[in-house]
Design a protein around this ligand. Structure first.
Ligand SMILES: [Zn+2]
Length: 229
């Protein structure tokens, strides 16, 4: 990981080589720049390309920071997205089971401290994602069974910089609880990405070939998640 300086701000730089034709710049957060580059492109070429995009990066980082501030505000006043649909969070002091209705999510807790609310939401997210993944995973279990690989265990936790991770040696996949906010097509893309690491542990050309073979619209699904972590 390298870093670069834009208008006095330090940005982390991550370079990923992929089977693509052109360089693609993406700001993951206001201070992390992700570059997707063709395999043949040298680091020096990438850095020269970034030089020509300085003003775009600075302007975009500013916009992203503003958007994050707005999102933080809107989650404080109780509106959030569940599987891509906007819902109003209703917080009830007392005991009860979380309820997701068409435009409302009802959660319960002993007080209304932010930490209590976050724990209740994470618990709801985990239960809900477990049920959805239960519907999605048989397809991927079948794919890896064809490679004579065992079914992985799937775990859930709140993560700050990744949508998921996979430890092939332990056959263990971890998914980010924040996926609950995105359409199931995106959740499935992250799930499949982590499953595919059981077959190919790295991000080589072969890895993306396996990914695209079973999910031709993978890049479109991932694009919906981009820049939002
Ligand atoms: Zn990966």
């Amino acid at each position: 990981m390298e870093s670069l300086n834009i208008n006095g701000k330090t940005l982390r730089l991550t370079i990923q080589r992929k089977p693509i034709r052109n360089l693609i710049l993406r700001l993951k957060t206001p201070d992390e720049l992700l570059v997707s580059a063709p395999y043949a492109c040298s680091t020096a070429e990438i850095l020269r390309f970034i030089e020509t995009k300085r003003s775009w990066i600075a302007a975009h980082a500013e916009k992203l920071a503003q958007r994050q501030a707005r999102q933080a505000e809107s989650s404080a006043d109780g509106s959030l997205a569940v599987y891509g649909r906007p819902v109003q969070l209703q917080w009830v002091i007392g005991k009860g089971k979380p309820r997701l209705q068409s435009e409302r999510l009802v959660l319960y807790g002993p007080d209304s401290q932010p930490e209590t609310k976050r724990r209740a939401f994470d618990q709801f997210a985990k239960t809900s994602l477990e049920a959805e993944i239960g519907q999605l995973r048989p397809r991927w279990d079948q794919v890896i069974a064809d490679y004579h690989l065992a079914q992985p265990s799937i775990h859930y936790r709140r993560m700050t910089s990744r949508w998921g991770s996979c430890i092939p040696a332990k056959s263990k996949i971890t998914l980010n609880l924040k996926l609950i906010h995105y359409p199931l097509a995106c959740v499935d893309a992250v799930l499949w990405h982590e499953y595919a690491h059981l077959i190919v542990p790295n991000h080589s050309q072969r890895f993306y070939a396996v990914i695209l073979h079973h999910m031709p619209d993978y890049e479109v699904r991932k694009a919906l998640l981009n820049g939002d972590l």
